[in-house]
Design a protein around this ligand. Structure first.
Ligand code: NDP
Ligand code: HSE
Length: 430
């Protein structure tokens, strides 16, 4: 039976994502009503700059006092699309204190304080949904939390940041400079308010922490995720990758150890073969491989950033939370029962691509090879190009623990015949 009293929604934030949420709520109002079984009403919009013109938003709904909006007594659901830690965290807990379920797109906050927020939602008997926090429009959180809840996920690898994929794609395909590509990604609404979060890998690391927690039913915090950004990736790296039949992507890789007793979570640029499906993920698209014991390999692909795609994920959560509210139920909360430790990066087994500048004289190659051997690292290929008594050497290793690989690089740097280590990059996806 259709309920006539509307479910009232407080929209906290009305920027790139929030303005699209408001637009879709208005234009699809009848469909949303039919799908939920009750009308949903935009009852208030909290922003920072009240005088800004906001197309399609009734100015009477706009306030700068988000707390008062949540406390006024008639709000059923809050959508938090402000971003950052504060005031978002306090507003979400205020919502729970006032019987209001929450939909959020805030990966930074969930990666930092997810456990406390989930606990607060559970104590209050309310929902905390966050599909939009990971990989924009792509349904990933719900499939992993619900559809794969009966399987065992062993590995997740993907591109989870649209801005950096956009930049790397432009650098690779058009030779665009880093800053030019970043400016374009920012203008298109993909980048975070502070794009350092994107380019230094913090945004991808936050998403990695959230996905690892869901995949392995354990608690993984932002600080547990090994992180390297992509600001050091150069045109020379792309040229070197091309010679190997590879391209470069910023990857998030989450793995359960072979003995099942620990997990690892990391974000860093990596070379991947052009034949790998992730190599063809262009612009701000995201793609995530999930490897589960029974299901096998699943790939999720779609727009990873931008106002409308992210609003699609927010609206999906809004419908789910509204349905739960009408059924007087809540959706699944946090599942962290395995309590698996997160191992350090040194334990990860991977491959390195290392570019060295060395003296071009007898015995240098043998000296370099000995350095790898002493650290237990086996060499896969070596390419050397000499010029004027100097040579550039590109070494690609077989798989070895990251600690052994970084120990090798440290030792190489100390050799008199090694003038410099110009680039180190992991090789994945083979
Ligand atoms: P914007 O910076 O475009 O929007 C932020 C909004 O929050 C603005 O409307 C701003 O008001 C409002 N705001 C800021 N401070 C306050 C405050 N103290 N009280 C009330 N309102 C406030 O961010 P986005 O829309 O891009 O991102 C929002 C969230 O969605 C973030 O968590 C982000 O990580 C996440 N996200 C973003 C995606 C994207 O592609 N952009 C994709 C996936 C997730 P005003 O308009 O007045 O400045
Ligand atoms: N800044 C983020 C990105 C937004 O570029 O992926 C989507 O989470």
């Amino acid at each position: 039976m259709m309920r006539t009293r509307p479910l009232k929604v407080a929209l906290l934030g009305c920027g790139v994502v929030g303005s699209e949420v408001a637009r879709i709520m208005t234009t699809h109002a009848d469909d949303l009503t039919a799908r939920i079984g009750a009308p949903v009403e935009l009852a208030g919009v909290a922003v920072r700059r009240p005088s800004k013109v906001r197309e399609g938003i009734d100015p009477a709904l706009v306030t700068t006092d988000a707390t008062a909006l949540l406390k006024r007594g008639d709000i059923d659901i809050a959508i938090e699309v402000i971003g950052g830690i504060e005031p978002a965290r306090t507003l979400i807990t205020t919502a729970f204190d006032h019987g209001i379920s929450v939909v959020s797109a805030n990966k930074a906050l969930l990666a930092q304080d997810g456990a406390a927020l989930h606990a607060a939602a559970e104590t209050a008997g309310l929902d905390l949904y966050y599909e939009a926090a990971v990989a924009g429009a792509i349904p990933l959180v719900r499939p992993m939390r619900e559809s794969l809840a009966g399987d065992k996920i062993n590995r997740v690898m993907g591109i989870v940041n649209g801005t950096t994929n956009f930049i790397l794609d432009k650098m690779d395909s058009t030779g665009a400079g880093y800053q030019e590509a970043l400016d374009e990604a920012t203008a298109l609404g993909y980048a975070e308010a502070d794009p350092t979060a994107d380019v230094e890998g913090y945004d991808a690391a936050a998403k990695a922490a959230i996905l690892a927690g869901i995949a392995f039913h354990t608690r993984v915090r932002l600080d547990d995720v090994y992180r390297e950004g992509m600001t050091e990736v150069s045109a020379a790296d792309f040229a070197s990758a091309k010679r190997m039949g590879c391209t470069i992507k910023l990857l998030a890789i989450l793995e359960r150890a072979a003995d099942g007793e620990s997990v690892t979570a990391r974000v860093h640029p990596a070379m991947i073969p052009l034949t790998h499906p992730l190599a063809s993920v262009r612009e701000a698209y995201n793609a995530v491989f999930v490897e589960a014991e029974a299901a096998g390999r699943l790939m999720f692909y779609g727009p990873g950033a931008g106002g409308a795609p992210t609003a699609s994920a927010v609206l999906g959560d809004l419908v789910a939370v509204c349905r739960n509210k009408l059924a007087e139920a809540t959706g699944p909360g946090e599942s962290a029962y395995t309590q698996l430790p997160v191992s350090p990066m040194g334990d990860v087994v991977t491959r390195y691509h290392i570019s060295l500048d060395v003296a071009d004289k007898p015995g240098v190659l043998a000296q370099v090879a000995t350095c790898f051997a002493e650290h237990g690292v086996s060499i896969d290929t070596v390419r050397q190009q000499g010029k004027d008594g100097e040579a550039s050497l590109v070494v690609v290793t077989h798989r070895a623990p990251d600690a052994a690989l970084s120990g090798t690089v440290e030792a190489l740097r100390k050799l008199d015949t090694v003038r410099g280590v110009s680039s180190i990059m992991r090789v994945e996806g083979e």
